[in-house]
Design a protein around this ligand. Sequence first.
Ligand code: HEC
Ligand code: HEC
Length: 317
Amino acid sequence: MTHPLASRFPSRAALALCLGLLAVGLETAFAADATLPPKSEINPAAGTGATFHPPPESEIPKNEFGKMIKLGRDIMLDTPQYAGKYVGNTLSCVNCHTDAGRMAGSAPLWAAYVNYPAYRSKNKKVNTFEERIQGCFRFSQNGKAPPLGSKTLVALQSYSYWLAKGLPTDEKVAGRGYPDLAAPALPPNYARGKAVYEARCAVCHTASGAGRYVDGKTVFPPLWGDKSFNWGAGMGSYKNAAKFIYANMPYGQSYSLTPQQAWDVAYFMDAHERPQDPRWKGSVAATRAAFHDSKFSLYGETINGKVLGDIGPPKNH
Ligand code: HEC
Ligand code: HEC
C-alpha cells in the first residue's frame, strides 16, 4: 500500500527524508505495534464503532461535479496552495482531519456532513455546513472565512457530500469527532507533558514545536508559534487536543499513549504561545472573559512567568 502521506510530498527526496524520519522515530522512540492497521483504514481500536466506509477516490464521477469534488480533496490536502488567500498559517485541513478527511476518530468530513445545520454554542446560532467550515479557516487555519458560495466552500462541501454517500442524517454517527477519553487521574501537568513531548513527538514536530518543511511545503505541521492554529481554534482546548492526540498521535501509532500522557502532552502543547484570537476584545482579560471561560483553555493563564495570549492585537485579520 502507498503510504498515505506519499501523494502529498513535493518530491521523492522529501518523501524519502520523511519516511526515513518516521522509521528513525519508530525505532528509537518507541516499539512499533505490529497490530495497528494502516492509517487509511478505519481503525477498529478507535473505540468509535465506526462501520461506514466512504467511497474510494476512483469512484469520483468524471464530470463537472467530479471536478469540484477533486478540488475539495485538493484543498483538504494542501490548503495553502489551493485556498491560500484564506490561510494565515502553514497548516492544511488534513493535518487535523487525517487521511483527507476520511479517518474515523479524526473528525471525518462524512460524519460531519450529515450533522449540519446545527446549533453551536461557540457562535450561539444554527450553523450551516459552510459556516462550520468558515470557522476552521478563521481559527484553525488562522485565516479569513471564504465567502458563502465561494468556490472554496462549494468544493469542500461537494467533497464532504460525496464522502458521505449513503449515510443517513444522524446526530450520533459512529466515528464522528474524536473518541471519548477518560478524565485524567492526575491534573494535567506541564513537566510530565514536556517529557512525553520529548520522547514521543519532537522527532517529527521538532523540539521547538515549529514543525518541519521541505521545499516550502509542510511535512510535519507546527504545534505552536506563529505558523500554527490561533488561540480561537478548537485544538486550543486541551481537552479537544488530548482526545485528538490520544486517537491519532504519534502519527501511525494511535492509542499508544496512556490517557494520562495524552492529557499531559496536550496541556504542554497548549501552554505555548500562538497567534492571537481574532475575536480579540482589546485585552487578554476581556478576551478570556468573553471566549475562554473554560478550565481547558490556558489563554490568559501565567505559565513559566508569561501570560499566554499577551501578544497584542491579532495580525492579518
Ligand atoms: C512520526 C511522526 C509524528 C510523530 C512522532 C507525532 N506526530 Fe503529530 N503529526 C504528524 C503528522 C504527519 C501530522 C499531520 C497528519 C496528516 O497531515 O495526515 C501530525 C499532526 C499533529 C497535530 C495536528 C496538526 C497541528 O499542527 O496542530 C497535532 C496536534 C499533533 N500532530 C500532535 C502530536 C503530539 C502531541 C505528538 C506526540 C504524542 C505527535 N503529534 C507525534 C506526525 C507525527
Ligand atoms: C489545527 C487543526 C485543524 C485544522 C487545520 C482544521 N480543522 Fe477542522 N476541526 C478541528 C477541530 C479541533 C474540530 C472540532 C472537532 C470536534 O469538536 O469533535 C474541527 C471541526 C471541523 C468540522 C466539523 C466536524 C463535526 O463533526 O462537526 C469541519 C467540517 C471541519 N473541521 C472542516 C475543516 C476544513 C475544511 C479545514 C481546512 C480548511 C479544517 N477543518 C482545518 C481542527 C482543525
